[in-house]
Design a protein around this ligand. Structure first.
Ligand code: GLN
Length: 280
């Protein structure tokens, strides 16, 4: 069997299960099974697939059909044009979160110092740092496991001279040893606890709960960061939050209650107010 026909077979199986994006997922699974990148795959389309790749592909497809997200199967995911390492220790970066990174890049002054709170894979802070010459970023998270992944991504992209990791609790107090920043970017866990039963199984059963849930109303981290962590900002510094659908007004209210100026909100491609921007 050729790579091309293997890929079509995998695609058809995924489609048959109603998986959207079956075409892309099929290619990612075949590439992961063969241990090749997309460029190599397109050059090998007509070649015969070795038996061990066929077996590996069947195994990976089985995991996908049991509900595991393709990003955890391949161990990588693209965010803001960067290929990042992801696994079950971190949330899979979402396309909507690119808007948070984009807004951070737009607002940043030269030499900006960024604190990425609840960094997970590090996707937001890393995307900003890569696109802002002269910038520095600290990627902070309460999860040591997430910080290991963020550290692997820093090394993968050779960013050791401008990006570092730090253990920090967004529900706790600001740790002054982290220094001061011009900007905090944060995509906190914001799902309401009572929404858990309605979540897709690929999220609920695979992604880390600590990265998903933000308390009874989903707003615990916004409240704590706005009251405990603004000491990390220089006067005039920006704070940029990703918000869940329908949360932007509440997040703005929390910013105001904590003496922050509400600057703007930015909509995602579906028209949801996704990013709320405040200023100290
Ligand atoms: N900052 C990471 C992301 O945007 C992780 C967010 C989280 O763990 N809530 O994907």
């Amino acid at each position: 069997m050729t790579y091309s026909s293997l890929c079509i077979g995998v695609r058809n199986t995924l489609r048959g299960r109603g998986i959207s994006g079956a075409e892309l997922e099929a290619r990612l699974i075949v590439c992961a099974a063969a241990g090749i990148d997309a460029d190599t795959y397109y050059r090998c389309l007509g070649q015969t697939v070795p038996d061990r790749t066929m077996n590996r592909c069947e195994e990976l497809l089985g995991r996908r059909l049991s509900g595991e997200p393709v990003a955890y199967i391949t161990g990588k995911w693209e965010f803001f044009g960067l290929e990042l390492i992801v696994d079950r220790r971190v949330l899979i970066p979402r396309i909507d979160t690119e808007i948070l990174a984009e807004e951070a890049i737009r607002l940043a002054a030269p030499g900006v110092r960024i604190l990425d709170m609840c960094c997970g894979s590090g996707c937001v802070g890393i995307a900003a740092a890569v696109n802002l010459p002269g910038s520095r970023a600290v990627l902070a998270d309460i999860s040591r496991e997430a910080l290991s992944v963020a550290g692997e991504n820093i090394a993968l992209l050779g960013l050791e001279d401008k990006v570092s990791t730090a253990l920090a609790d967004s529900l706790g107090e600001y740790d002054p040893s982290l220094g001061k920043f011009d900007m905090i970017v944060c995509n906190p866990p914001y799902i309401r606890t009572d929404e858990a039963p309605r979540l897709d199984a690929s999220v609920k059963d695979y992604e880390p709960g600590i990265a998903l849930f933000g308390g009874a109303d989903g707003l615990d981290h916004y409240r704590s960061i706005c009251s405990n962590w603004t000491g990390a900002l220089f006067p005039g510094g920006y704070i940029l939050f990703e918000c869940g659908a329908g949360q932007a007004r509440s997040v703005e209210q929390i910013m105001r209650e904590n003496g922050l100026k509400v600057k703007s909100t930015v909509k995602d491609t579906s028209g949801v107010e996704r990013v709320a921007v405040g200023q100290k």
